[in-house]
Write a protein that binds this ligand. Sequence first.
Ligand code: C2E
Ligand code: MG
Ligand code: MG
Length: 702
Amino acid sequence: MDIWIPLLWLATGICLFAGIHFLQAGRAQVNAQMFRAFGVTSLAVAAYIGAGALMQTPAATASAEWIERLHVSAACLVWPIAFWFISLYSRLRAWRGWVIASAVVFGSLLIINNTGTHSLLMANVEFMEPMVLPWGERVAQVTGTSAPWAPAFYLATLVAFCWGFWRCVALWRMGERRRARPLAIYLVLQLIASGYSEYYTVHPQPTLGWDALPFLALVLLLSRALSLELRSYAAALDTSNTALREEIGLRSQADAELRLMAYTDTVSGLPNRHALADWLAATLTAKPPRQGALVVVDPQRFAIINHALGHRTGDLVIREIGKRLSHAVGKDGLVARLSGDEFAVAVLTQASAPDAALAQATPIAETLRKKLAEPFQIGANTLSVATHMGLAAFQHAHGDGDELLRQAYAALHEARKTLHHGPLVFVQSMQTQAERRLRLEFDLRAGIENGQMHLVYQPQVNHDGKLVGAEALLRWNHPIYGAVAPQEFIGIAEDSGHMPALGRHVLHMACSMLAGLRVHDPFRLSVNISPWQLFLADFMETVHTAIRETGADPRRLTFEITETAFIHDIPDAVAKLRALAELGIRVSIDDFGTGYASIALLKTFPVDELKIDQTFVRDMTIESPDRFVTAMIALGNAMGLQVVAEGVEREDQRAALAQMGCHVFQGYLFSRPIPAATLAERVAAAEAGRAPNITLAAEPRP
Ligand code: C2E
Ligand code: MG
Ligand code: MG
């Protein structure tokens, strides 16, 4: 029965398998090169053990010399490859030099082995009588005389052994004991095997070829060590995979939450502006086509609720409004909170034409308005909310969400202006209006700086028709729109923060004009002052500067301030009016009777003049004197104030006002607003006593 030779073939097979396995398994690893080197080492060891097996097979003795050369060649191959592997395994940085040196040495020996007349180790190879093992197996025995190059080979292997030992110690000292241990065992086995073969060289006698066994041990031990490493890599990979999966899970959850936050309003829980934009974009391109309308809802007085009852109550009101709107619209639409107190409601209709869609949407909007008008019970407070609404129809594939929102806002803007509480439907002129407003806002600064603004002056006369003053009125000659009325752009200047600059400019122009006029009592030039100007911290400084720079006489100035200016910061307003009085500037309440606090403010504020608004003057005649005007004039007189009526267009109005006790008149009956030069002429004529009465002048009706 044969045992020994099959065992050697089995060892060959094991090494072959290990070689192929590690060439494969190590490919995707971080240190793939080390695994590759081990694979190749295992294959070389397989060749060495296989050659050893052949040498001990009696049937192969005929080709003894050839097999001997094969055996030595395999040994010459194993060593440089082992250098390569052990360098990487022991983490030798400068490994290339060692590998090249070993390749040169063993490569040379390999060439000598295969090109000489005999093998590297034996000069002549002879087969002795086979050795018979206890179980009857016959194992071939080789003998021969040592070849001249044999010592070189043994020296090279001794150096290789010592080098391996050095690497093992280095690994141990690096603290890499798990790697050093198998290498150490191999080296010990190699040492024993070398001693054993030296002994039999000195004392030749039949023996088994054990010398391949250390190499087998090397392959087996390191296969195990490297497999463990591979397994720990796999485990680490698994752990990081799990961690990665968890991380991905967390991230996608966070993503979803962020998305939700980005598309939801936190106070009301409703979709926000972005969500509305997405919804509109999807609806406008949906198949089958959908039609509908967008309503922008603006509850009024919301700021007052916030201020008076606190922001928490305000939030509750917002939530309640959201609920009511959502409930009224149902599933077939969308309610979104746009900002502060503004909501958008998108409703879908069955109609295919925009007009029909509007006809269907308007009653829906009306229902929304009614729902919001019902009282809210928030804690102990019963509140009611009036709303303004702007409505715009949308049609499949027409325009985009942004444009639609702009249209609904344009309608809302108009609704706010007209105090219209029902839903106001967008029409194109609103867009034009909104665009014009925007254009004016953009152009305002340039308008002020480029001299497009100028003042015209509307004379004021007393009961004899004598010129006693004039009101400076601002005009803007816009490069595109031509003459723009102050009613249109003063509001824009106030909203857009241009009022301080504009106010300074007006004051400067008016003072310059006044400084150029040679006037005496009772002549005064009235200048309109916006509440926004009055409340500027540097208002008085502006006044002083204008007077100083132009040389105007402040005692010839009247500032017209509308009532709304007086209801804000009362102490500040009082202080400023006093400061004006000290300078000799008179203060007139413009548009008296149109505000909230007309009578009350006369008690509090140091004013000198009442200017009765033209709306009261318009409808009165001598036969039907307005009782309210009568009362206002009486009040002014009782308080010792000068009473001026504006908008006097007819003689009967003038006569009625004069009869009631009005002192000064301003209106088209006497003169339209006129250019500065014309006013200067009239002033000069009046001073010379040449033109006691003022006649109608030329500024075209705006
Ligand atoms: P206001 O101060 O009440 O000015 C009187 C307005 O009534 C002027 O309109 C004037 O042209 C007009 N008016 C005068 N007499 C008659 C009349 O007999 N019939 C009619 N129908 N209208 C008459 P204007 O110039 O368009 O100014 C409108 C408003 O713009 C002014 O009302 C004033 O509030 C504001 N405003 C004008 N200039 C300035 C300014 O320089 N600064 C400020 N802050 N506001 C100004
Ligand atoms: Mg005025
Ligand atoms: Mg007025």
